[in-house]
Design a binder for this molecule. Sequence first.
Ligand code: PBG
Length: 330
Amino acid sequence: MYPLKRNRRLRQNSAIRNLVRETTLSPDDFLVPLFVTEGSGKKEEIASMPGYYRYSLDLLEKEVKALWALGLKSVLLFVKVPDNLKDNKGTEAINPDGLMQRAVKTVKNAVPEMLVMTDVAMDPYSSYGHDGIVENGKILNDASVDVLVEMSLSHAQAGADFVAPSDMMDGRILAIREAFEDDNFTDTGIMSYSAKYASAFYGPFREALDSAPVDLKGVPKDKKSYQMDYGNRIEALRETEIDIDEGADIVMVKPGLCYLDIVRDIKNEFDIPLAVYQVSGEYAMIKAAAEKGWLDHDAVVLEQLTAIKRAGADIIASYFAADAVKLLNR
Ligand code: PBG
């Protein structure tokens, strides 16, 4: 008790603060999401994500080399699919020469040791902007899982180290795992978006990939019939447990900041690597406030990323990964 205990002794200067700090960030914590587009010489800024870009394959190569030089060793790939290749069945998603499949090869060619994870979901390929096949106003589960399995196999064939199903269909982890085992992709891993909430924070991402649900009669306007209700907490444990049983190597909570209670629940409950996705809307909020001079960009970035790790994240997928590493190196 006071004065024997004075907690401020441990906060007097940065040397002692650093010595007793419980949570520190390192480049090894990060998974870098990358947006890929067709063409060449393209580096297109995403309007609602200032400072973040879509790259054509030639410039993607440069970008991954730059990330590697910063000590960032894992990427998560997303593709923007031209409208004329979209349909309701995800046909282009399983094209062995599709943009994703070429992107995997491009990254592996440029930096062979870079860990490559691929997004597995139908929405960038869907004419309706949904993560599954739409029929009679509903998103079909099992027929969509069949597409996700084919898609995963095609990513594995292209050389992906991990596939990352972000769709929230039931049973897809087991189906993908079994297909990998049958086809001799025993070393290809699965990072499951297991507790993925139906969140308004995905807006800028959907702009980046032009993948928002379309406004058409008979097409659900939102993803609430498959992504989780943000009022729920216990359900996240249930979803995660099922994905672990089905063979997920890594599980995920998404979005980040609003869901750190879920992150801690899962960390306490399960013994498996846990990823957290700090999503596009979280990125956009910080950028917008910083642009207005209302928040200190760098300080807020490090505070939020540290909070995500403190809550229990082993892996952080973040659009701020490169910024953060540069700040840590200062
Ligand atoms: C789609 C997918 C989404 C994100 C990752 N994969 C959007 C969605 O579910 O609508 C969001 C990522 C972000 O907002 O940064 N399967």
